[in-house]
Structure formats: C-alpha cells, structure tokens
Design a protein around this ligand. Structure first.
Ligand SMILES: [Fe+2]
Length: 93
C-alpha cells in the first residue's frame, strides 16, 4: 500500500493541487456566487482534506484512497457535464 500512497501523494502534490488552484483562479471570478462554482470549490476542499488524511493517517489508508478516487471521478464528471457547459454559456467567443 505504501507504494500506492507514494504515487498518490506525488500525483496530488505535483499535478492535482496546481490544477485545482488554476481552476479556482480562472473560474471563480467569472461566476463568483454561482452554486456550481461553490460546489467546485467545496469539492476541492473535501479532496484536500482527504489528501491530508491520506498523508498523515495510515489507519484507514485503503478506504481513504478508494473514497478519493470516487470523489475525483464524480468531480470530473460534474465539471465536464455541468460546470464547464454552464461557464461556456456565460462567456463570449
Ligand atoms: Fe476541479
């Protein structure tokens, strides 16, 4: 399990964290009070909390990694199917 944990931590710290930050930096100011944007930010926070748990607490590592995968998959679906189309409606060419 520790190899999986190491790979997860590297992925999160070198790719995903910057991706979350970039989405927030670019998208929040476009529709700051929109429930979809708020949901996006809340899900980023939830995944960051889970990342902290994975990093510091091995007692439920398997469950945490599984849950993180489920949250990330649902988050990507939400962004691609609901959030990004909504934002496209509000942007000019
Ligand atoms: Fe996101």
């Amino acid at each position: 399990m520790s190899g999986i944990k190491e790979k997860f931590l590297i992925f999160y710290e070198t790719k995903l964290l910057a991706h979350f930050s970039e989405e927030e930096k670019i998208l929040v100011h476009l529709l700051p009070d929109n429930p979809h944007i708020i949901r996006m930010c809340e899900e980023h926070v939830r995944m960051n909390e889970l990342y902290s748990s994975i990093k510091t607490d091995d007692s439920k590592l398997g469950d945490d990694l599984f849950l993180f995968g489920e949250l990330l998959e649902a988050h990507i679906r939400f962004e691609e199917r609901e959030l990004f189309p909504l934002i496209e409606q509000h942007l000019t060419e």
